[in-house]
Design a protein. Structure first.
Length: 353
């Protein structure tokens, strides 16, 4: 269904491979091109972060307004005010997710092209690839990058079979150059050999962590009010889990895939730095920063209180008439119970006295 798209991406990578004469260098240009293609999405995300940063002081005032009131009615009213503020200012919390959702399928396509050089770089047909695999006895059909190394090893051992392979593929045998500093990056990283290939998974994970760290540092003022303990814990888990997943995947596939992740992370750091300089975030006064920090502490306190409370939680403060205007059913119940904010049990005690 998407074969035409794979062909386009493959043609681009093949063009860069012909220019540079090296697959590792072609990947640099390949990663750069698609960073430029995705630049409008990154700009959109940056604008969204700026809009969030501008709203943060106003959201801090709303948090301060409802500080200490943890009942459901009050929390619902607070969330309603925050949503109204966001709508008034033209900010949507989901707008930052859209660029990521649009990029995800394309990134998957890019990875598939990188992992299949025989099909998209050498332009071999599926039938020809299968016949070559049968000839050399290659069984890991899901790893075409690894197959390049297997074909090269087979040719070294059986030089007379080059003509046979060329007959099967219908063209001259020209394989991508995966050598870098004397190391075949088509191989899968392994602890059995300590060389550049072994460093690639750890470099990929390290640059990914650095990219996330610097991005959060440069975007620190755009985080929503209410940096509670649960959000911070989730962020720490992601900081650990994402690099670990990168290491695992990099050890599972060819070193070329890990090398591409390194390029992507480096370009992501450069891009984020340039965007932050070209489209800087708004500056806050010390008073605004104190207000936001106070609001965040209050929200964290409210969350802890909600987790420790019983299913039925009473407000620590009296709910005024404005709150009842938002919840007419609660207002009617209170009018039936009595006046002056007294419950029916309080009236009974008063009669006894």
């Amino acid at each position: 269904m998407f074969d035409w798209l794979y062909r386009i991406f493959g043609t681009i990578l093949s063009f860069f491979n012909d220019i540079t004469g090296h697959y590792a260098l072609a990947l640099i240009l390949y990663a750069l091109v698609f960073k430029i293609v995705f630049l409008p999405f990154s700009i959109k995300t940056q604008k969204n972060q700026i809009a969030m940063a501008k709203l943060r002081p106003k959201m801090a005032k709303i948090e301060k307004k409802y500080a200490g009131r943890y009942d459901r009615a009050t929390q619902q009213k607070k969330q309603q005010e925050i949503m109204e503020l966001q709508q008034k200012e033209g900010y949507s919390p989901l707008s930052g997710c859209l660029p990521l959702l649009l990029q995800l399928p394309l990134i998957i396509f890019l990875y598939n092209v990188i992992r299949n050089p025989l099909e998209y770089i050498c332009k071999w047909s599926d039938e020809a690839i299968k016949k070559v695999y049968d000839l050399i006895g290659y069984t890991n059909t899901a790893d075409q990058i690894g197959a390049v190394g297997a074909i090269e090893d087979y040719i070294v051992a059986n030089p007379a079979d080059v003509a046979k392979i060329e007959t099967l593929i219908g063209t001259s045998l020209e394989l991508p150059n995966f050598e870098l500093f004397g190391v075949n990056l088509a191989s899968t990283p392994s602890f059995s050999a300590f060389n550049l290939l072994l460093l690639i998974p750890f470099l990929a994970a390290g640059f990914q962590w650095l990219s996330m760290f610097l991005s959060r540092k440069w975007m620190g003022n755009t985080q929503p009010t209410g940096g509670d303990a649960q959000s911070q814990m989730s962020m720490r888990i992601m900081d650990i889990a994402m690099p670990l997943m990168t290491v695992w995947f990099a050890f599972s596939f060819s070193g070329m895939l890990g090398l591409y992740w390194i390029y992507q992370s480096i370009f992501a750091i450069i891009q984020q730095y340039v965007l932050c300089k070209a489209m800087p975030l708004p500056k806050y006064t010390e008073a605004e920063i104190r207000e936001m920090e106070k609001a965040e502490k209050e929200r964290a306190k409210a969350q802890r209180a909600a987790l420790q409370s019983q299913p039925k939680v009473k407000s620590l403060h009296y709910i005024d008439d404005e709150d009842y205007d938002e919840l007419p059913e609660m207002k009617n119940k209170t009018e039936k119970k009595g006046t002056m904010g007294l419950s029916s049990s309080d009236l009974k005690d008063d009669k006894k006295n």
